[in-house]
Design a protein around this ligand. Structure first.
Ligand code: AHR
Length: 496
């Protein structure tokens, strides 16, 4: 029997709602078809946005959305995406399939999407192929309320009022697709571009995100930190979970054996080491610990579904991905003190998506249900908690060990406690006994997502993976005992 302690007196940090964010790039069928179908589409829409997708994302509790990329951001010229649609300039999306981008989804459409979703905005600017003036004018166009060339242009294009821009990214993956720069050079460019991105509204600071490292590139973190430490609010980290670590043969999203399953989960746990080490490196440069980490791209990355465009990165999603999501979100919660925002890649039809579409059809993936289950953590207080656990071993990773169980616990403003636990083993259940310090339990209810690890939700089939009520636990006066099934994610809601 594993021991699980939750201490409601140990209030660690506020869990920023934005660590439950998502990322929508002009890539494959994410924006076009997945989110935006245009006003004249037969697919039910409001101002061009799919009604079914918007409703699902709202129910999932999406707090913030990143746009327009990714690699696309560094070849995106925002002025091509405003004004009358038929006059908008076309471009080649060179990163993603070489398809023609007609720019029918631009700045106005993005902020309309955020309005419909009721979520905050994260716009990523172009350092790779854009100018300082272009970036400066974009921020003016989005946020300036008054008489100015960009505010007048915005009004001419139909929006008199400015929008609220919460986060602005100055470049993306500048170490790679965003310009193949060295960290020192990028750090200087950040300062230059960022200087002219003004905070126009008194008392409203746009949070500036600097391009951070790829996976474990601690040198990049150190050098960029050195330059941006007094100017940026956050520095981004990108980490994708590839079952094989081989970019040319990543593995299938749906066909995998037990060793590959375990290896995927083992690699997802690497997020813990990366967050801790990058924060340590950031703090070695700026020991006042004000800089936040932003994991603005994370998720599983497999080979594309057979028969689909390799440039579109379309993959299905199984219960294995749900476990990866639960491991990652619990790790994020535990680092609430230093994480400002995180964005799963991506929202619809690309990589570890929460939603898949096929024409007018839509499915919610197992990952969708994990986000929905965890949404109560948003803006809660992280509590001190500890769970003993067996270790699992990944043969494909040199017998590396990782915890079978992973958890986090938080408390809302009414004192209700939420505990989310994942059992990452695909074969072994686990018994736990939970005790809450200084607590008399009034009531407990629980929910579960569980299925065999290959289970998925597919078009034209009954939904297989979703949230169900979980009843096989026993309430105690100060906690509970429970048997957590293999390959499952469980949430306990505890009233005191
Ligand atoms: O999410 C797909 C791509 O992965 C993004 O465009 C890029 O930033 C990263 O390499």
């Amino acid at each position: 029997m594993e021991k699980y302690l939750i201490n409601p007196n140990q209030k660690e940090a506020i869990i920023n709602k934005d660590i439950y964010g998502s990322f929508s790039e002009h890539l494959g069928r994410c924006i076009y078809e997945g989110i935006y179908v245009g006003e004249n589409s037969k697919i039910p829409n409001v101002n061009g946005m799919r009604k079914d997708v918007v409703k699902a994302l709202k129910e999932m509790g999406l707090p913030v959305l990143r746009w327009p990329g990714g690699c696309f951001a560094d070849e995106y010229h925002w002025k091509d995406g405003i004004g009358k649609k038929s006059d908008r300039k076309k471009m080649i999306n060179t990163h993603w399939g070489g398809v023609t981008e007609d720019n029918s989804f631009g700045t106005h459409e993005f902020f309309e999407l955020c309005r419909q979703l009721g979520c905050d905005s994260y716009v990523n600017g172009n350092v790779g192929s854009g100018t300082v003036q272009e970036m400066s004018e974009w921020v003016e166009y989005i946020t300036f309320d008054g008489v100015s060339p960009m505010a007048e242009l915005r009004e001419k294009n139909g929006s008199k009022a400015p929008w609220k821009l919460k986060y602005f990214g100055v470049g993306n993956e500048s170490w790679g697709c965003g310009g193949n720069m060295d960290p020192e050079y990028y750090g200087c460019l950040f300062k230059r571009y960022n200087t002219y991105c003004r905070d126009y509204k008194a008392g409203e600071h746009i949070l500036r995100i600097a391009c951070g490292p790829n996976v474990d590139d601690y040198h990049w973190t150190k050098e960029v930190m050195d330059k941006v430490k007094n100017y940026a609010d956050g520095i981004s980290l990108h980490y994708y979970t590839l079952p094989t670590n081989n970019w040319h043969r990543k593995g299938s999203a749906t066909v995998f054996d037990g060793n590959e399953y375990i290896s995927t989960i083992c690699k997802a746990y690497r997020m813990e080491e990366l967050i801790s080490n990058h924060i340590a490196m950031m703090d070695s440069v700026a020991p006042w610990k004000k800089m936040k980490l932003v994991v603005d791209e994370w998720g599983t990355w497999y080979d594309v579904e057979p028969g689909t465009n390799p440039g579109f990165l379309y993959q299905q999603s199984t219960m294995r991905d749900a476990i990866v999501a639960a491991v990652t979100l619990n790790i994020f919660n535990k680092h609430a003190d230093r994480l400002l925002m995180c964005n799963i890649a991506q929202t619809v039809n690309v990589l570890q998506s929460v939603i898949l579409t096929d024409g007018k059809k839509m499915v919610k993936t197992p990952t969708y249900y994990v986000f929905k289950m965890f949404k109560e953590h948003q803006n809660n207080t992280l509590l001190g908690s500890f769970l003993t656990t067996e270790k699992l071993v990944s043969k494909n990773d040199g017998n590396k060990e990782f915890p079978q169980l992973v958890e986090s616990a938080s408390m809302d403003e009414n004192g209700v406690i939420y505990s989310t636990i994942a059992n990452t083993s695909d074969t072994k259940k686990a018994k736990i006994k939970c005790q809450l310090a200084d607590t008399k339990v009034k009531s407990i209810k629980a929910e579960i997502i569980t299925e065999e690890c290959h289970a998925l939700n597919d078009f034209d089939k009954d939904e297989k993976v979703f949230i169900k009520e979980f009843t096989t636990f026993r309430a105690l006066k100060d906690g509970f005992t429970a048997e957590i099934p293999a390959c499952s994610v469980v949430k306990f809601t505890i009233e005191r």
